[in-house]
Design a protein around this ligand. Structure first.
Ligand code: HAM
Length: 419
């Protein structure tokens, strides 16, 4: 194929040997989310650009540099979703879920999203997340449930070597006081800051805390700690989460520099980092966003959530054979070309109705080659119908695990497997 028609940089095809792994992960997520009382929500791939500007923030990297935005034929400004919290909240407001009389709404999703980042190991332009959002409670128990749910899924998938970073960015007024003092602290160092940090000083100073620049990290060591700016309620909220995590024996690091790249957060924020996947080590991120729903036009409603990158989870699990081998029965129907008649095809259909996976070959190849195919397909049994078998109306059943072979009446095939 001409190179010009290859898939776009940062996007990938998922071929059958890998899609099994994706499905294994997705099935587990569905199972656990439903078990925890979360209902699945699916939203459109594109939304009005304004939705993301208003929620993720005009000055965030995602909005400034990473969105795939376009104008459609009717001159609407649209964007491929770069995250899912804002679309889910848009749907929550649009479908009047908030009418639910102050009850909790618990939603989850598994979907793909798009960010125009520089592609590298673990960083893609189209990638997938699963996530959960609990809408309606401002109590710390809800933040905790979110953290427990997130860790439960990650551990159940077999992830190890995880570190949890947690911080509180307080409510809006505390954060504004902190921002002022952070800017005051950084002003004398302005000339030593990188260009991007200089720009952020006016527009988005909290993001400077996230800097990877070694000189800036050194400067920031003496920066004021946001914890000291939290009001009494914010502190109590945060302390209750931390003390309960200790009771649950969950190791965490309270990272005063953790700020996250989306502007909608208030109070608790957290990230899960894996030491198994190299530079792009964030597996999961989330937090509380108590003013987002109101900002998007809904009634003031507190909420908290998280999202995890499935592509990165797969990288972390790549060294493990993390999904159980399929031990159920499966069959290769090995037939000489002329014996693959409607009787045999009917048997194949009946076997499949029993829930048994059946492979067969329409290439009219030799029995020997079809047996090789049976091994490749890793089936438990082969049903062999050669010339002799056709004449005698019989079939050979070979158990490929034990090597045992028996001859049975052709009409007994279904009875033989229906046990
Ligand atoms: P986020 O931290 O931007 O949060 O993304 C969550 C996770 O998505 C990251 O921890 C990472 O595993 C994965 N991820 C992000 N960008 C990429 C990429 N370019 N390639 C591969 N994986 C990536 C959010 O999106 C928030 N909506 C999370 C949230 C939900 N907060 C509250 N509720």
């Amino acid at each position: 194929m001409k190179n010009s028609l290859h898939s776009i940089k940062g996007t990938r095809d998922i071929l059958p040997e890998d899609s099994i792994k994706w499905r294994f992960i997705e099935n587990k997520i569905h199972e656990i989310m439903e078990n925890w009382g979360y209902g699945e929500i699916r939203t459109p791939v594109f939304e009005k650009t304004q939705l993301f500007k208003r929620s993720v923030g005009e000055e965030s990297d995602i909005v400034l540099k990473q969105m795939y935005s376009f104008m459609d034929q009717s001159k609407n400004n649209l964007t491929l979703r770069p995250e899912l919290t804002a679309p889910v909240m848009r749907a929550y407001i649009q479908h009047n879920m908030e009418r639910n009389n102050g009850a909790l709404n618990k939603l989850y999703y598994i979907d793909s999203l798009f960010r125009q980042e520089r592609p590298q190991a673990g960083r893609f332009r189209e990638f997938s997340q699963f996530g959960a959002e609990a809408i309606g409670s401002n109590n710390p128990e809800q933040d905790l449930e979110m953290i427990l749910l997130m860790l439960h899924i990650l551990k159940d998938l077999g992830l190890e070597n995880l570190n949890i970073l947690i911080n509180s960015v307080g409510s809006v007024s505390c954060r504004n006081n902190y921002k002022k003092d952070l800017v005051k602290f950084l002003q004398p160092y302005k000339n030593k800051l990188s260009e991007s940090s200089k720009n952020r000083l006016d527009k988005n100073p909290l993001r400077i805390l996230d800097s990877k620049d070694l000189d800036e990290i050194e400067i920031l060591k003496k920066a004021p700690d946001i914890f000291d700016y939290l009001n009494r309620e914010d502190k109590e909220h945060f302390n209750l989460i931390l003390s309960t995590m200790k009771e649950f024996k969950i190791d965490f690091y309270r990272d005063p520099k953790l700020v996250r790249g989306l502007d909608y957060y208030s109070r608790t924020i957290f990230e899960v980092i894996s030491s198994d996947i190299g530079a792009q080590s964030a597996i999961c991120g989330g937090g509380r966003y108590d003013s987002l729903i109101e900002k998007l036009g809904g009634n003031p409603t507190p909420a908290v959530g998280f999202a995890a990158g499935i592509d990165r989870i797969l990288i972390a699990l790549s060294k493990k054979s993390f999904f159980e081998k399929n031990s159920s029965r499966s069959i290769q129907m090995v037939c000489l070309g002329e014996s693959l008649n409607s009787n045999v095809i009917n048997k194949i259909l009946e076997l499949r109705k029993l829930g048994i996976k059946v492979h067969f070959d329409t290439l009219r190849r030799s029995i020997k080659i079809q047996m090789r195919e049976a091994n490749k397909n890793n089936v438990s049994h082969a049903i062999i119908i050669g010339k002799n078998e056709i004449e005698k109306n019989k079939a050979q059943i070979k158990d490929l695990n034990s090597g045992n072979q028996v001859e049975i009446e052709f009409n007994e095939i279904i009875n033989y497997f229906d046990k």
